[in-house]
Design a protein around this ligand. Structure first.
Ligand SMILES: NC(=O)c1ccc[n+]([C@@H]2O[C@H](COP(=O)([O-])OP(=O)(O)OC[C@H]3O[C@@H](n4cnc5c(N)ncnc54)[C@H](OP(=O)(O)O)[C@@H]3O)[C@@H](O)[C@H]2O)c1
Length: 432
């Protein structure tokens, strides 16, 4: 059953409900409803759970709502029900049940128990791997455990493996998209000065922090210094502007968008200008205003310039990587220099959706083409940044709990599909 939470229990009425929450496997003492607004409760990832029963006299019914991640609910003798953010389940008092997710996955929830006498919880046997393994494969694939997985950058900062791209999401629509993504469990959001939506992205981050009950520190927000800025003082001013527009305290990652201005992409030599811009990023990084710094669209020569003359090595290089366009040599170069690669346009800006060969491989795994393509970039060891403003797409893009075989990864790696149709006019798809 899915319903709006406040349609079931109005919040804020003292003593009419008890709010309870899980941190990992711990079950904490009840909080008195009304004393603790839900927005103030920290929802940490919960993991596997036990079979348990709530007892009470004249109460003890429970309503639980999944707030982030995904998992399952099962009442004894009934089919398991998949839980995603917003799913609300009523559990009658005395029902033996479990809810949770496998250890590598997670979901978090809030539970409300109707008041009554002698409320207690009886904890029974833990839910075993065998129970999870018996869940229907389609259900297992729906698991969004990737949202809880991170890479670690060379400076120790953790970066979520899956992020939300926001290119072509208007400033006015960005807040809703970003908030929806955070509510679904996304923790990594990618924007840029050039997208013209930093204000909306920042608003969405602030709203998402409130509505999903996560801390700002649990999110990872990236932006990019405009490709045209190849001057130290202009870069300093532009960094200030990004910080002001985003208005989220600090930036997690800021990249030089491209080694050359867009109207001269792969053209002239801007090594001095890149070093000047890099120095501004280094200063903001040292001042704690940007947690990690990097580059985008940089080739080995562009990287060497920064590696040789900068004082901080780039933490990230964000480049075009998708099934049909796998820059293996550049990926290897970045790996050799300990620079994490972020794959942009993992769905080839939408073009790959038309590819019959990729569709056939996706069908073999029972997944969609976007799911296959996202999983492919993750198996290459890159951060994947699919763009969408559609919450249904956001959800399915995170349901990538399956493994592409080595043979199929090889086939996708060898695929050459770099015709971007109308989008070929953009420098990044020009084949340069
Ligand atoms: N650093 C750079 O120079 C650079 C360049 C390009 C991109 N990027 C970054 O990478 C992000 C992603 O790249 P991108 O925007 O080019 O494209 P993309 O993520 O490869 O593809 C986006 C397209 O796929 C569609 N899509 C997404 N999920 C879908 C689903 N589940 N089912 C069906 N269609 C789906 C989207 O449509 P809907 O919107 O309708 O879902 C959109 O048309 C950008 O937003 C940006 O953050 C960086």
């Amino acid at each position: 059953m899915t319903a709006q939470f406040d349609q079931i229990f109005p919040l804020g009425e003292p003593n009419d409900v008890y709010a309870q929450y899980f941190i990992g496997q711990s079950y904490l003492a009840p909080l008195t409803g009304g004393d603790v607004p839900v927005s103030n409760v920290t929802f940490e990832p919960g993991c596997r759970n036990n079979w348990h029963i709530h007892h009470g006299t004249g109460g003890g019914d429970q309503v639980l709502m999944c707030t982030a991640g995904s998992g399952w609910y099962q009442a004894e003798g009934e089919e398991p029900v998949s839980m995603e953010p917003g799913t609300v389940i009523r559990v009658p008092e005395g029902t033996k049940h479990w809810h949770g997710a496998k250890a590598h996955a997670w979901f978090s929830h809030v539970a409300f128990i109707t008041p009554g006498e002698n409320l207690s919880n009886e904890w029974l046997e833990p839910v075993t791997d065998a129970v999870y393994d018996e869940l229907p494969p389609d259900e297992r694939r729906r698991c969004m455990s990737i949202l809880n997985e991170n890479y670690t950058l060379t400076n120790g900062v953790e970066i979520p493996k899956l992020g939300l791209g926001t290119w072509f999401i208007d400033d006015a629509a960005a807040a809703d998209a970003v908030r929806a993504a955070i509510e679904l469990g996304y923790r990594n959001i990618d924007t840029a000065q050039a997208y013209g939506n930093e204000r909306g992205v920042g608003e969405g981050v602030r709203e998402g922090v409130r509505s999903a009950g996560v801390a700002r520190e649990q999110l990872f927000v990236s932006t990019k210094l405009a490709a045209e800025i190849k001057d130290h003082d202009e870069a300093v001013a532009a960094i200030d502007e990004s910080l002001a527009k985003l208005d989220i305290g600090y930036i997690d990652l800021m990249l030089i968008h491209a080694p050359q201005p867009w109207d001269d992409f792969r053209g002239g030599d801007y090594s001095e200008g890149n070093l000047a811009a890099w120095r501004a990023l280094e200063e903001a990084h040292r001042a704690g205003r940007i947690r990690a710094i990097g580059v985008s669209n940089f080739l080995p020569g562009d990287l060497d310039n920064i590696l040789e003359h900068g004082t901080v090595a780039p933490h990230v290089n964000q480049i075009l990587v998708h099934a049909g366009n796998t820059p293996s040599a550049l990926l290897e170069y970045c790996a050799a220099k300990d620079i994490l690669v972020e794959a942009y346009s993992p769905i080839a800006h939408g073009e790959i959706l038309k590819n019959a060969h990729v569709a056939a491989i996706a069908e073999k795994y029972g997944v969609s083409v976007p799911q296959l393509c996202i999983r492919y970039t993750l198996q290459l060891g890159t951060v994947s940044l699919p763009k969408t403003a559609n919450p249904d797409h956001m959800r399915s893009n995170a349901q990538v709990d399956f493994t592409i075989s080595d043979e199929d990864v090889r086939a996708l790696r060898e695929l050459d599909e770099s015709d971007y149709g109308d989008a070929s006019a953009f420098p990044v798809y020009s084949g340069k």
